[in-house]
Write a protein that binds this ligand. Structure first.
Ligand code: DSN
Length: 414
């Protein structure tokens, strides 16, 4: 939010001040929420464009309102770029975000009450992978796979066993809090064996897939969903990709079944982000995210913290605080006092409740976007370790906060 936004400053100073304050907060804190990032100025400019004024129900060439020459061009660019970026045959760029994208896939490929099989929320899955408090757990006969209690990694023998038993209409793979590589081919083999559709939800790792730092589900999964704003670094939005034979059903599920007019400003911004993600710089960024996560994992292990699944292959770490006899919520609150922003998170087989679980989740996409490298991760691990040593000492937390602010000053926001 620049000072040059004079109209906003004049017409709504309260919101203007809040937006300025949020800019300052984002600049002076270390953002380690695994699902967050910093979109480029170009992405933010497209988001703020006058496309926000336009209704565009339908798809390019087949809209219900006039005045679509530019929206059609924008949506075609977004679809073509998504297909090129991921090597997919068909892309729908209209879902408002990841949950609506998943809802559209269920709507298109399953009937109410059909059995589905997804990763349990406490093991890293998402609410929309069949968890009981989400539509996906209420409207479908949802079953779950877990991780192996020893390795804390997906146990494909166990997935196969439950899939044979449940005979799901759809298997969902992909996660919100799983630090290891997802073997899409192994899931596809099980889905084929039981005659299920395979949905790969790559919301968290889409940027890694695009940048070649994580295997792609294209060719293994029947349908792929994603958000556009996590590691992929676009605007808030959703994306569905599939082959041509499912394209019509997916498109009809998004519109007219579940959504009205697409948010064309977000679609334009997603097109910008897809273009950015085709660059060599983006490839470097994707690989650096993983290097940074591994460096941070090494640093934190030195502070007596246990890493779920023994470390990370992607952009996130799940840190088990049990060896330090700390709870995730207290740790997250203390870290925020020192300017380090994470979320508390359940760990597999957690003995504590979801509101105050045993872990914290840490992601490295945003700090990588800011230009931080593996040496900087050692510094961040040190900040985190010191906060956890002094959890109840507000003076110490405030001193660390000043150091964090000084550290952040070297890494301007995009
Ligand atoms: N809220 C997202 C996350 O933090 O993983 C998932 O929707």
């Amino acid at each position: 939010m620049s000072e040059s936004n004079t109209e906003l400053k004049q017409t709504d100073p309260e919101i203007f001040e809040r937006l300025q304050a949020e800019d300052r907060r984002q600049g002076r804190t270390i953002r380690l929420i695994a699902s967050e990032n910093y979109a480029s100025a170009a992405v933010r400019q497209a988001t703020a464009s006058r496309l926000t004024n336009k209704y565009s129900e339908g798809y390019p060439g087949r809209r219900y309102y006039q005045g679509q020459e530019h929206t059609d061009a924008v949506e075609n660019l977004a679809r073509d770029r998504a297909c090129k970026l991921f090597g997919a045959a068909h892309a729908n760029v209209q879902p408002y975000s990841g949950s609506p994208a998943n809802l559209a896939v269920y709507y298109a490929l399953a009937e109410l009450g059909d059995p589905i099989l997804g990763m349990g929320l406490p093991f890293g899955g998402h609410l929309t992978h069949g968890w009981k408090v989400s539509f996906s757990g209420r409207f479908y006969d949802a079953h779950h796979y877990e991780v192996d209690p020893d390795t804390e990694c997906i146990d494909f023998a166990a997935v196969r066993e439950v899939a044979r038993e449940v005979q799901p209409k759809m298997i969902i793979c992909g996660a919100s809090a799983y630090p290891r590589t997802i073997d899409f081919a192994a899931f596809a083999e099980i889905a084929d064996e039981v005659g299920a559709y395979l949905l790969a939800d790559i919301a968290h790792i889409a940027g890694l897939v695009a940048g070649g730092a994580h295997p792609s589900p294209v060719g293994a999964a029947d349908v792929i969903t994603s958000t556009t704003h996590k590691t992929l670094r676009g605007p808030r939005g959703g994306l569905i990709m599939c082959d041509d034979k499912l394209a019509k059903d997916i498109d009809r599920a998004v519109f007219p079944a579940l959504q009205g007019g697409p948010h064309m400003n977000a679609v334009a911004a997603a097109a910008v982000a897809f273009n950015e993600a085709m660059s060599e710089d983006f490839e470097d960024y994707a690989h650096q995210i993983v290097k940074n996560a591994q460096a941070l994992a090494d640093g934190l292990a030195g502070y007596g913290l246990r890493l779920v699944a023994g470390g990370t292959d992607n952009h996130l770490l799940l840190v088990d605080l049990t060896p330090r006899e700390l709870g995730g919520r207290d740790a997250a609150v203390a870290l925020e006092k020192a300017g380090i922003v994470v979320n508390s998170n359940s760990i597999p087989f957690d003995t504590r409740g979801p509101f105050d679980p045993s872990g914290i989740r840490i992601g490295t996409a945003a700090v990588t976007t800011r230009g931080m490298d593996t040496d900087d991760m050692a510094q961040i691990a040190d900040f985190i370790g010191r906060v956890l040593d002094d959890l109840d000492d507000d003076d110490a937390l405030s001193r660390i906060g000043s150091e964090v602010e000084e550290f952040c000053a070297d890494f301007p926001l995009p």
